[in-house]
Design a protein around this ligand. Structure first.
Ligand code: SF4
Length: 436
């Protein structure tokens, strides 16, 4: 088996943007491993037959059930660079505008290769022992909890109700497409989750944190039960459409709390932006230590365009107000908001230039941090099945400048990034800079 060859739309793409080494020279203090990771996340990877021949499904992590990607093919889920930097790929194989990196193997080690040059040694993520076990209900545990070197991830709601409402899903998001392709249960059961986490925690040193996230759960009018897009508007929703999502997470977190001796346990929840009363219940009634509600893009006009459901339900300003309330409740450093770095340049309504996008994003991040909420970014992977599929992501230079800018803002404000850093998450180039 070989992985799919890259479809490069523009064969001269290299001449149109600065290379990895040029960006490295421009930002000499940017750690080379983090820069390489950023570019690999931006361009994707493909595997040589020799590299795939070294994948051992008994030892390596090749199965995943997540929001945007499900796989049980013998392909590594993600990679680790030899300085310990995680390259979270979740099966992302190729960007459609640029050639992906090649993972090759010389019989001894695996390497990331570009234009014939080996740039960094990598290892495939190891599979934890619980992946091969089943819950009492008969479910494979790898389908209940997914592992990273840093943490255990639970996706309790594997469908997002914004997709039930015509045109309301976020335009970069592939959750709806992934759900339809894999026909999985939209909800996990709490006993399955608790049993799997209890099993996972038996493996010493396996987890710095428990992480929960899933699609939004909206209490919608009774005719909107199926995942088919319906014509209803969010204004038809019942008065407090997020109570169901709140109850889901309260139930899971309370049940998980029984596994720990301390009242609080290392944990992060990414959820829809709850109101103050709901946030207080989350903090007071569970062991949850940190909270995230993703704005996705730091501009009101673009938020309205890219995240229409979130915009209609809560609005950009309302979302920010809820984050500020969360920061008061959970305390300094314990609340952040995620952005899909680069989506602010999506066509046709995004910023016209990378310079304009960077300035606007960092200015807005400054305001958020002044109100107790820090910003963490992911590299935008243009996912098949998303509305934005086929769009072109920004240059590596843009991502380096964005990471440096976000890191500088947090350092100036003396904000800890422990809740989402290389030890607890490993996905974000900007929080990798906290290692320096
Ligand atoms: S809220 Fe937006 S990004 Fe999140 S799962 Fe729903 S559609 Fe996707």
């Amino acid at each position: 088996m070989t992985t799919k060859p890259a479809q490069v739309n523009n064969p001269s793409w290299r001449a149109l943007e600065p290379s990895l080494s040029e960006v490295g020279r421009k930002y000499p203090n940017f750690p080379p491993a983090v820069l390489l990771k950023t570019d690999v996340q931006r361009r994707g990877v493909t595997y040589s037959p020799e590299a795939l021949a070294q994948v051992d499904p008994a030892r390596h992590m090749t199965t995943i059930r997540s929001n945007y990607y499900d796989s049980d093919r013998p392909i590594p889920i993600s990679l680790t660079l030899n300085d310990g930097t995680s390259v979270y790929l979740e099966g992302f194989l190729a960007d459609s505008h640029r050639e992906p990196y090649l993972v090759d193997h010389d019989g001894q080690n695996a390497y990331l290769v570009d234009q014939g040059q080996a740039l960094g040694q990598v290892t495939y993520w190891e599979k934890p022992a619980f992946y091969d076990k089943r819950t009492k209900s008969g479910k494979p545990m790898w389908q209940i909890v997914s592992a990273r070197p840093q943490r255990h991830t639970i996706h309790p709601k594997q469908y997002c109700d914004f997709w039930k409402l015509k045109g309301q899903g976020c335009k970069f998001c592939a959750m709806d497409a992934n759900y339809r392709k894999n026909r999985k249960d939209p909800r996990l059961s709490i006993p399955d989750i608790v049993e799997t986490i209890a099993e996972a925690l038996k493996e010493p040193g396996s987890s710095q944190s428990l992480f929960l996230t899933g699609g939004s759960l909206l209490t919608l009018p009774p005719n909107q039960k199926s995942p088919e897009p319906l014509s209803g508007a969010l204004s038809e929703a019942l008065p407090d459409p997020l109570e169901g999502e709140l109850e889901l997470y309260l139930g899971i977190l309370k049940a998980l709390g029984a596994l720990f001796k301390s009242p609080k346990f290392p944990s992060q929840l990414i959820a829809t932006a709850f109101n103050g009363k709901q946030l207080k219940r989350l903090y007071d009634e569970t062991g949850l230590m940190s909270y995230t509600a993703d704005l996705e893009v730091l501009n009101e006009r673009l938020f309205d365009w890219i995240c229409p459901g979130k915009s209609k339900l809560i609005g950009y300003r309302g979302w920010k107000e809820r984050l500020y309330r969360a920061a008061e409740i959970f305390g300094p450093g314990n609340v952040n908001t995620g952005i899909v770095g680069g989506v602010e340049l999506a066509r046709p309504k995004g910023f016209a230039t990378e310079g304009e996008a960077l300035g606007a994003t960092l200015a807005e991040a400054k305001e958020l941090i002044e109100n107790g909420v820090w910003v963490v970014s992911c590299v935008w992977r243009v996912l098949e099945g998303s509305v934005f599929f086929g769009q072109k992501t920004p240059s590596l230079d843009y991502y380096a400048a964005l990471s440096l800018g976000l890191n500088k803002l947090r350092q100036e404000a003396n904000f800890s990034v422990d809740l989402d850093n290389y030890r607890r998450c490993g996905n974000h180039p900007d929080t990798d800079l906290a290692r320096a």
